[in-house]
Design a protein around this ligand. Sequence first.
Ligand code: MN
Length: 725
Amino acid sequence: MIRITDILDKAGEYLTPADLEMIEKAYIFSASVHKGQVRLSGEPYLTHPMEVAGILVDLKLDSAAIVTGLLHDTVEDTLATPDQIEESFGRDVVFLVNGLTKLSKITFGSREERQAENFRKMIMAMSSDIRILLIKLADRIHNMRTLEFQTPENQQFIAGETLDVYAPLANRLGIYWMEVELEDLAFRYLHPEHYYELSTQIAKRKDEREKYTEEVEAILRKELKKSGLKGEVEGRAKHFYSIFKKMKEQHINFDEVYDLTAFRIILDSREKECYEALSIIHSLWKPVRGRFKDYIAMPKANNYQSLHTTVIGPHAERMEVQIRTMAMHEWAEKGIAAHWRYKEGGLSREDENEQINKLRDLFEIQQDLNDPREFMDNLKISLFPDEVYVFTPHGDVKSFPKGATPVDFAYSIHTDIGNQCTGAKVNRNIVPLKYKLQNGDTVEIITRKGHHPSRDWLRYAVTSRATSKIRSWVKTEGRKMSISLGRDILEKEFKKYNLNLNQIVKSDESKKICEEYSIATLDDLAANIGYGKVSVRHIVGRFLPKKKRGFLDIVSEKLKRKPAAPLSRGVSLTGIDDVMVRFAGCCDPLPGDSIIGYISRGRGMTVHTADCSMIKDMDTARLVDVQWNLKEKHTYPAHIRVNCKDKKGLLAEITSAMLAKDVNINHAEIDTTPGKSAICNLEIEVNDLKHFKEVVYELKKLKSVLSVERIKRAIPDPIEKEVLG
Ligand code: MN
């Protein structure tokens, strides 16, 4: 069992007396709060934090990390509080302890294989300080070393988690010895029969292997010396799990695994000599084709560097040789933890900078830090700064871009869950839909049947899946609304003339209309009427006998060939591009009028003139600023009242004035008053306010015209009435 004096002795080699004092204080604190607690092994609980601290001191971590090793289970398992720890050991330590406490609440469990990568990332993301991850790995190493005292179920669970999550984490950090130890220990519990078979067989051939190892080592030493290369040569058995993996991958028996021993040449010098050593080996023994790997020129993702080759050795057996420099070896064995070594000044400044650059690449750290000390101080890094990892209530992990909200989460599960989402619980507390998800949150979505998305959600959704689903809902719903609205309008209008819509649907004339407007179904026609793109009066006119149609004929010729206007019709709303726009029938806004938008749920936006009398009754929260943004010409309806002396040919005069200004008349009604004057109400289509004024000017030129006024009817549309309730 490790003793505190062992830890202090080792720490004394590289830490200050003040650091040692702090470590001793942490030891006393930990001993007092864990007092009376025992491990399953029967040992006092304190042995665990001490072993963890022992591993950390071997990794040569700083005093805060070692102190945290001693205290890492105190908040979780004893009455000690974070405040107490902060008071006695400072903010750095309490930060690390809190990080570990948070991590301890995450268990990987028996989830599916594909989840492992997300778990690894989540753990890295939650280890906002790299020391948290190293302490967690040290903790796991000791728990694995003492796994025999756990129940068989726990052994399977912990060993599985170790193999899926923690060994790969050690690999990512490049700490080879941890990876190997975690893998072999997990292997022993997950596949005990294979493990013991393998270890017996390896033991059986132990003498033979040792003799062989010595023989090859001697040859290599001699040859290197001849070429003037300085360095060490070592041969050692590959670890069990890697042999097992090889047998499984290649479907071979133990007897067929030849390269149980791997040789390693560690040179004192630079990488150029590695290639020299390689050529020596290849001239001694024949290389196996396709087995040479140059990880110096192309380092592994965790920055591992070496030359690997397999050759046919002195007894015609396959033999693997790795060649690397001291610096590469240090990295290969200790990975990120090797960095603390370099702080002691054993290596040149140049080497140190090289290592820092590697570390920086490894963790994609953006800052440009030239001073190693400054760099170390800034190791509180976000390893995955752009992602956030959260749990479903079933414990599955999902990753999202940073800033994602419950809306994104809901849509990631199912479109219906997204559409019907009314709220969310995060870690069992109700949160607003705009809540930003945090690493490790457990998110539950509250839904209600019949509930539907709101345009507002576009402001908090960040995933493209959620935004496109919300947009498409708004669009389809807008269409549904327009269809039913259009049908309503059609039915009412037909009824006025005693026409039956259902009969008309089947008529040839309605097929003809569909062709003319290039639309497929009556629903499309209804939608177009609902959107206000097609005039209902014109459609009705088509089914009326000639004489009843009268004036309608003159006005409709241009209209029917006109292509459908795009939805936005020249109005732009900041931040929302494809909003469906309707123009309010109450005020007929024209380009040039100042305008305001009113957002109706799921029905797009209705545009009113800024001075429309309807606005004062509207929910101000749903009024938005809009601007005219005319990229192409559209026409807009306007209402006009012409007062004139009644006279034959009046209509023809007005019509020709309109045609002169290239204006369509959608509708005209003439009331003749007894005083021989006539009031002509027209709905016309103009391009903008200027165009409208030109029309008014043109009309005023007519001798029979007494006055002309623009009418803002201030009668709400059916759709608007409904919205206003
Ligand atoms: Mn622990």
